[in-house]
Each structure stands twice: as C-alpha cells, then as structure tokens.
Design a protein around this ligand. Structure first.
Ligand SMILES: [Zn+2]
Ligand SMILES: [Zn+2]
Length: 339
C-alpha cells in the first residue's frame, strides 16, 4: 500500500509499505478522507514540539472497515463507515481515572505520536472509531476538530438561549459556533478577517462582528438584547484576544480558552474579579464529545462545508503540500480524498 511519510521537516515522500496486520481488538480501515490540521503543517515545517520523524501524519480521518480482528464485537461489520478517535489515553493516570481522558498525562495521538492516516490502509483499535454510516466522507473525516469544538461547548455548559460569543473563526471556532447554535444558544462570531466573517455568514448563517471596530461592544450588546456575552469561547490562540476576553463578558460570565499560544496571559484582575469570571481551558475531546458530534453529523446538523475550504487528492498532495497547504493563506480547512 502507498503511504505519504514525513521523513524530516520539509520532506514528504510516497513510499510502498506492507499492509498492516490486524490485531485481535483492531479493525483494518481503508482510508477514504483525511483532514489536514495545523499539527500536520507544523510537523512539516519542523515547528511541532516533541515531534519525532519519520512519521505518517493525519489524525482526522474516515474510511471503510475491510477486516475485523478476532475479538472485535459484532457491532462492526465489513463495509461500515467509521471515523477515527485519534486519542489513545493510558486509563491509569489521575486525569484518566477522573474521567478526563482528554488531558491524560500520557496521551498518545494517532497521526502525531504514532503513524496516522496519510496512507491507504490503517489498523485501529475498535475503541478508537465511531460508526458514521450515511455521513459523507469529508464531514466524517472532520469528526476530531468538531469534537474539540464540542468539548469547549460542553466545558462552558451552554444552555438554551445563552448569549455566546465565539472569538476566532478558524476551524475550531467555526465548529464551536455551529455546535453552540445546534444546542440552541444565541451565537455571535467575531473575527478580524473579512474573508472569515464572510465564511460564517454563508456557511453558518450566524451574525458576525469585527472585534477591531471601535464600537464592537455596542454592536455586541445590540445582538444580545442589551447585554454583553454570557460566555466567550476563544478559539484564536492570540494573546491580545485572550487577554481581552474578560471585557466581552457580562458580570457572572464565563470564558473558555480552546485556542492556545506559547506565552503568558495578562488579564486585568479587577475586571476578572468584579465580574466573578469563570475561566476555563479546553483541551482535546472525550468519547462523549465524539459521540455528540457523531449524532449531530448523522442528523445533518454538522457538515464539512462549515469548516472546509479546500479538497485535495492523495495521489498529488505530497508534491503540492508546501505550495497549496503550508503556504496557502486562503486555506481554512483542507481534506485529502482517496481514489
Ligand atoms: Zn486536528
Ligand atoms: Zn492517562
């Protein structure tokens, strides 16, 4: 079978590999579509910390079951379409024991710490896939970024009618906005880039604002019936935006940081305190978040077009990766399709 391997930074090569052997608890999956994540770009440019080469990238994928291991139960049959849960938790650390497998101290991610889906076939434990029969390939492949978004919404414990401001209309922000809206929240999306605001208008049909506007808070209050946001989901990973989040919430409000940056936050403590702010981080996703996304996808409430801007073919992606993925300023989310 053909694999696309990242030998070292700036070097992607197609190689012929033996078909992986199915272990008793595993499924053999013929890959149909793989999403391209920021991690896959940072690994290519050598900017992914603690990353080891060579590595087959790709952790956002869906495909078809073509062989089942001896111990796989009958819920999975050959021909099922499945989407990957790429997180392999240890189930032994304190975090896992408290149910927070998403922030396992020893987490391993398929496609990051072990070989992933930029290849024709992959074996995965039965516990690391969800059935997505009836969901189109591009949508199913994006289950992981949508699950990260879903986790941030679950962290915030968003209620029907809640005034939610999503800051940052990258893939995770778009997913968060779509899921909050599906949950019945009153959602506004803020992004400094006009192209991204236009994407929100056309693909999510949600109101947008430019946070650089001088009267941003006036506009925000107008959209929320006269008050600031009850909840801010920040998906920017931008220090300026994150330091500013406390200014967008009303007294008693919540902030969830799902985007991250390398550095220190600097938040006005009087503002933080007077509002009795609840501030949370959000990392990865749990089985529960993946299941929620699976259900929303099955109902047609989450679709690839909400994030997706570019589609590529597996046969050619290796040669155009740098030009059309890494250096493509217009790329919001891309998927690679297999023949
Ligand atoms: Zn990802
Ligand atoms: Zn653990």
């Amino acid at each position: 079978m053909k694999s696309l391997i990242c030998e070292k930074p700036y070097q992607l090569n197609y190689i012929e590999q033996d078909m992986p052997k199915v272990q008793p608890h595993e499924l053999l999956v013929k890959v149909a579509s793989v999403g391209i994540c920021g991690t896959d770009i940072h690994a290519y440019t050598g900017k992914q910390p603690f990353f080891s080469y060579p590595r087959v990238l790709g952790h956002e994928l869906c495909g078809t079951v073509c062989e089942t291991g001896a111990q796989v139960d009958e819920t999975f049959v050959i021909g099922d379409k499945v989407a990957l849960i790429p997180y392999v938790a240890c189930y032994e650390c304190p975090s896992c024991k408290s149910g927070k497998t998403n922030c396992c101290e020893n987490i391993s991610v398929i496609g990051v710490h072990q070989d992933g889906g930029f290849c024709e076939y992959i074996t995965v434990p039965q516990t690391n896939v969800l059935k997505v029969n009836g969901v189109d390939n591009a949508t199913a492949a994006l289950i992981e970024p949508f699950a990260i978004s879903a986790h941030s919404i679950r962290r915030a414990d968003i209620k029907l009618g809640e005034a939610v401001l999503v800051v940052g209309a990258g893939p995770i922000g778009l997913g968060a906005a779509a899921i909050a809206a599906a949950d019945g929240a009153n959602v506004v999306v803020a992004d400094t880039q006009k192209e991204r605001r236009d994407h929100v208008t056309s693909e999510l049909q949600l109101p947008t604002l430019n946070p650089m506007d001088e009267d941003f808070h006036v506009q925000l209050q107008a959209l929320f019936g006269g008050t600031l946001a009850q909840t801010v989901i920040d998906a920017t990973g931008n220090p300026h935006a994150m330091n500013n989040a406390v200014n967008h919430i009303r007294h008693g409000g919540k902030i969830v940081f799902v985007g991250l940056f390398k550095g220190n936050l600097e938040i006005s403590d009087p503002d933080f305190h007077k509002k009795e702010t609840t501030l949370m981080g959000s990392r990865n996703a749990t089985q529960e978040d993946f299941s929620k996304v699976q259900q929303l996808m099955t109902k047609g409430l989450l679709t690839a077009n909400m994030m997706l801007t570019h589609s590529f073919e597996f046969e050619t992606i290796g040669t155009i990766y740098e030009e059309q993925v890494v250096n493509n300023k217009e790329l919001l989310k891309g998927v690679i399709n297999f023949a």
